[in-house]
Design a protein around this ligand. Structure first.
Ligand code: UT7
Length: 334
């Protein structure tokens, strides 16, 4: 039996910083309001000529370097994104794979918004456990600034750009393997968070009109309430199913959407402050990239050690949700 080991992590954050102060000159808001209501202080914004695949490539290079796996051993590339280089085709994963010189590895994107990284983790786990693939590169990459309406104060204060990537490899050692991944979705809440234009669901007179109207729209307050409920329920279920107590979790890594959501979920689950990983203040909400970016932050700060147990918990547009119990299993022990 093959198990799926989470071997390595990498991330990339663009240089340009957009602060709350900057936003207060663009829309009717203040640093005080944004900090109090979201915990966000700043977010990073990609350069105009920097694409989502460019961000993904930089994160993926680090993840591959740190994995101990040769680039030519990667046999599948999956990218989670809602801000792809091209909306229909080719997939961003295919572009990333080619930029990295990964030959003819299978490559495709998935769309699960902020839950994207947990979804691709579950796909990687299934492909490896079935014996169909051996080394899978998974990437959450977002240039959300390209689909953010910078005249809408309800959304533009939240989102940022960035990418995170991981290599998931086959192992015979059960201890190294991802323990469990739960995922789910409910389209009855589709209108809470959507980019209504640009697809066949909302046809326009011209492609130019569609392209200009592809911004994210969100019913923030309703989304907030469903987020807290769903993120909490998700964790309760995955811990119970695997007979694991919350104090056995070394690092709780929730999707980084809003500090108040994270705090409410952490409190409901009785997580200690030191268990909860927080990056929302410096990156804002980077959708499918937020969880791997947070894992990478811990790794680069020396806070993530071999064998430690991570609990991932995500929620996003769709609605989608997912959680995962993941031991960190690098080949060279850290
Ligand atoms: O990643 C996927 C999932 N996404 C999320 O989980 C995001 C969930 N939602 C949120 O994080 C929060 O709902 C927001 C941060 C978006 C909004 O915070 P809120 O506490 O839910 O505020 P609200 O929407 O209830 O609005 C309260 C007031 C309103 O004014 P009135 O009607 O009370 O006069 C808004 O117009 O705050 C106003 N407001 C703002 N004021 C200053 C909304 N945005 C801003 C702003 N600056 N940027």
């Amino acid at each position: 039996m093959a198990y799926a080991a989470f071997r390595s992590i990498g991330a990339y954050v663009p240089n340009k910083i957009l602060t709350n102060e900057d936003l207060s000159k663009m829309v009717d808001t203040t640093d005080e309001w944004i900090t109090k209501r979201t915990g966000i202080k700043e977010r990073h914004i990609a350069a105009e000529d920097e694409t989502t695949s460019d961000l993904g490539v930089k994160a993926a290079k680090l993840a591959i370097e740190r994995s101990g796996v040769e680039a030519n051993e990667i046999d599948m590339v999956i990218c989670a994104t809602i801000s792809p280089d091209y909306f229909c085709m080719p997939s961003t994963a295919t572009i990333i794979s080619t930029k990295l010189g990964l030959g003819n590895a299978t490559a495709f994107d998935i769309s699960a918004a902020c839950t994207g990284f947990v979804y691709i983790l579950s796909i990687a786990k299934a492909f490896i456990e079935s014996g169909m693939k051996k080394n899978i590169l998974i990437i959450g990459a977002e240039k959300l600034s390209a689909i953010t309406d910078y005249t809408d104060r309800g959304t533009c204060i939240l989102f940022g750009d960035g990418a995170g990537a991981a290599v998931i490899s086959a192992t015979e050692n059960k201890e190294e393997g991802i323990i469990d991944v739960h995922t789910g979705a409910d389209g009855t809440y589709a209108d809470l968070l959507m980019t209504p234009n640009g697809g066949t669901g909302s046809p326009h007179d011209s492609l130019e009109q569609e392209a200009g109207a592809c911004y994210m729209q969100m019913k923030g307050n309703e989304t907030f309430k469903v987020a807290v409920r769903t993120l909490t329920k998700d964790v309760v279920e995955i811990l119970a199913d695997n007979n694991i107590q919350s104090d056995q979790i070394d690092h709780f890594i929730p999707h980084q959407a809003n500090y108040r959501i994270i705090k409410a979920v952490g409190d409901a689950l009785k997580m200690k402050e030191e268990q909860v990983v927080l990056t929302v203040a410096k990156y804002g909400n980077t959708s499918g990239a937020s969880i791997p970016m947070a894992i990478n932050d811990m790794y680069e700060q020396g806070k993530l050690k071999s064998g430690e147990l991570m609990l991932l918990d995500a929620f996003g547009g769709g609605l989608t949700w997912g959680s995962a119990l993941v031991p960190f299993s690098p080949l060279s022990k850290v």
